[in-house]
Structure formats: structure tokens, C-alpha cells
Design a protein around this ligand. Structure first.
Ligand SMILES: Cc1cc2nc3c(=O)[nH]c(=O)nc-3n(C[C@H](O)[C@H](O)[C@H](O)COP(=O)(O)O)c2cc1C
Length: 214
């Protein structure tokens, strides 16, 4: 899979994993993708804890309000933020906003790299922060932002509905909507290409549903 937009669109949140190991090379590639994310002032105020040890994975899963499925993932990557670094450079905005955005960019990079390697991933944000810190000995000033669970997908869910462009895009001013954004730029070939793409997506989904039924 090479086309970035195909990787972005076909990535799914995976919640069930095969009991299989990943090679260190696979894990390293995913961590490396996180490291290359953009960050405010290139601060890179993150640390990634890769947890491969089964007992620790089980304890972490317990701390995610019992999302035990993630204990089966081959690796759990705890993405930790170092907010004080961003505060030093950018004040409250750095601490409260940039820090979160930096880590989110790293997380998404990891999920996309995992997917491009044929693996599945889950961004886990629901957890008891204090328990995660205690389990992994994370200092008080560091904040775990997410656990990225990675492994071989047992099941890939259907794509959940995503709002169409028309719903999420305004032009020039808040709430200024155009029914068909492409018409704005008189890009009729793009309209046709998009409609053809949507029809193909529907057909592919239909084929998948039929195969699943019989
Ligand atoms: C900030 C954030 C927190 C999330 N926390 C969880 C979580 O705790 N458990 C889980 O199963 N999925 C979690 N997800 C995954 C979402 O449920 C998932 O992205 C969403 O349903 C859309 O599905 P998709 O990723 O396949 O497009 C989280 C996603 C984000 C961005």
C-alpha cells in the first residue's frame, strides 16, 4: 500500500488482535513514525513507552476501564507528554494545547505506519491516568496521553460513517456553506471523479456484505 490517501481512508480502529508477536523491526518502524511527527517549535516533548511484557499489558488493560481486548495486542505504546517543556517555550498555550496536539500527531503517525505495515491499531484514550503512571513508573510531571495498541487484526470492522466534506467545510467564514465545494472552483472533473469514487466505494461495500452473508 503506497498511496497515502488510501492508507488514511482504509485505516480502522482495531479492537481484537491475534495472539502473535511482532518483530522488533516492525515495532521500531512504528515508533520511528511517531518520532517524525510535527511538533510545536520542533519541541518533540514526548516519550513513547513500548510495553511488550504480558503481565504489564494485562495491568494496563485493567487501567483502561477494563478494555481487556487490548491486552492481546502485541505491543502497547504509551504516548507520554512532557508539558513543562512546552510551557517553558510557549506558556499556557504550549502546556495545554500544543502538548496535546504534538502527541496526537505522533499517535496518528504510528497508527498509519502500523496500517501500512498490514497491522491493526487502536488509539486508547479512556484510562485511569494515575494507574497507568503507577504501573510504568511515570513521573508526576509527565502525562500519558494515549495508549496505542498494535497487533495483527483478528477482525476489521466496517468503516464507520464519516461526515461528507460539505458538512465539515465552511468557506471564508464560519457557517458559510457551499452545497458542492467543487463547483466553487468550477472543477467539474473533480465532481465526477468523486461521484465515481463514491459509487465504487458503495459497490465494494455491497460485495463485502454479500460475501459475508453466504
Ligand atoms: C482521543 C481518542 C480516544 C479514543 N479512545 C478510545 C478508547 O479508549 N477505546 C477504543 O476502543 N477506541 C478509542 N478511540 C478510537 C475511536 O473510537 C475511533 O477512532 C472511532 O470510533 C472512529 O473509528 P475509526 O478509527 O475506525 O475511523 C479513541 C480515538 C480517539 C481519537
Amino acid at each position: 500500500m503506497n498511496d497515502i490517501i488510501e492508507i488514511i481512508k482504509s485505516r480502522r480502529t482495531i479492537k481484537s488482535f491475534e495472539a502473535k508477536f511482532l518483530s522488533w523491526e516492525q515495532v521500531a518502524k512504528i515508533l520511528d513514525a511517531g518520532r517524525h511527527a510535527p511538533s510545536s517549535g520542533n519541541l518533540q516533548n514526548w516519550k513513547f513507552i513500548a510495553v511488550l511484557e504480558p503481565d504489564l499489558k494485562t495491568k494496563l488493560a485493567e487501567a483502561t476501564h477494563d478494555q481487556f481486548n487490548i491486552a492481546m495486542a502485541s505491543v502497547l505504546i504509551i504516548v507520554c507528554a512532557e508539558p513543562e517543556k512546552a510551557e517553558r517555550y510557549f506558556g499556557a498555550r504550549g502546556e495545554r494545547l500544543y502538548t496535546i496536539q504534538n502527541c496526537a500527531a505522533a499517535i496518528q503517525n504510528m497508527l498509519l505506519e502500523a496500517h501500512s505495515l498490514g497491522l491493526g491499531g487502536c488509539w486508547v484514550g479512556a484510562f485511569n491516568e494515575d494507574k497507568i503512571k503507577e504501573i510504568c513508573g511515570i513521573p508526576a510531571i509527565v502525562r500519558p496521553q494515549a495508549i496505542v495498541a498494535i497487533g495483527y487484526a483478528k477482525e476489521v470492522p466496517n468503516k464507520p460513517a464519516k461526515f461528507p466534506l460539505e458538512t465539515v467545510v465552511y468557506f471564508n467564514k464560519w457557517k458559510n456553506k457551499l452545497r458542492d465545494p467543487e463547483k466553487y472552483s468550477q472543477n467539474y472533473s473533480a465532481i465526477l471523479a468523486r461521484k465515481a469514487g463514491a459509487a465504487k466505494e458503495k459497490l465494494d461495500q455491497f460485495k463485502k456484505d454479500i460475501v459475508g452473508k453466504f
